[in-house]
Design a protein around this ligand. Structure first.
Ligand code: GRF
Length: 223
């Protein structure tokens, strides 16, 4: 498959700045593959309008119409599957997915999380890093597995915590690095440099002993 045929679906829940970073990278020739769908669990997600303005097909599903979580997730992923993606990117997607859906997409679904996993899975990561007095914070892109924010980590972007940082200032300084990290990871997967095999991330066919690191040149480097 040429990288141009690589099909990417993105799921968001809100502003979608990470999704926008992928769209911008694609438009500027910095991302291999095509974004074929932007989906959301929130009809009003601002990122949907951004995608529509770029002519990207969108799909949103209101959870209120479904009696149980698994039924909702199945319905949402029926729409995702209809776009025939090679990769699903959870980008600011704030919903814990049903294990059966996750299993069906294992190895083909990634998530960006604003912490240096395995530290701080779940919510309020900036608050927790500050409360712990961490000198280093950051973001991780990982394959999605049934364990919340627990899947094999592909790459990380580090950020030095500054005296006086608040959760808001930390989030603000981290976001641009998240964008560069996500673009680098999706591009690496689209070009066949990164994949999941037997539960381990492989980089150029070699199992990774540690997550790749995002460098200042926006490239991914082995530790
Ligand atoms: C980002 O910090 C992302 O890491 C987290 O949700 C936040 C909002 O993302 N999962 P976005 O602006 O909607 O992409």
């Amino acid at each position: 498959m040429t990288s141009n045929e690589f099909r990417i679906a993105v799921l968001i829940s809100g502003r979608g700045s990470n999704m926008r970073a992928l769209l911008d990278a694609r438009r500027e020739g910095r991302l291999a593959g095509n974004i074929v769908l932007v989906g959301s669990n929130r009809r009003g997600a601002a990122g949907l309008a951004v995608a529509e303005a770029e002519g990207i097909p969108t799909a949103s599903l209101d959870a209120a119409a479904y009696t149980d979580r698994a039924a909702y997730d199945r319905a949402l992923f029926e729409r995702v599957a209809a776009a025939r993606p090679d990769l699903v990117v959870l980008a600011g997607f704030m919903r814990i997915l049903d294990p059966a859906v996750v299993a069906a997409w294992e190895g083909r679904m990634i998530n960006i999380h604003p912490s240096l996993l395995p530290k701080y899975p779940g919510l309020h990561t900036h608050e927790r890093a500050l409360a712990a007095g961490d000198a280093l914070h950051g973001a991780s892109v990982h394959y999605v597995t049934a364990e919340l924010d627990g899947g094999p980590v592909i790459a990380q972007a580090e950020l030095a915590v500054r005296a006086g940082d608040t959760p808001a200032s930390l989030a603000e300084r981290l976001l641009p690095r998240e964008h560069r990290l996500l673009v680098a990871c999706v591009d690496a997967i689209a070009r066949g440099h990164v994949r999941l095999r037997d539960g381990r991330v492989e980089h150029d066919a070699k199992p990774l002993a540690a997550p790749l690191q995002l460098a200042s040149d926006s490239r991914l480097h082995e530790r």
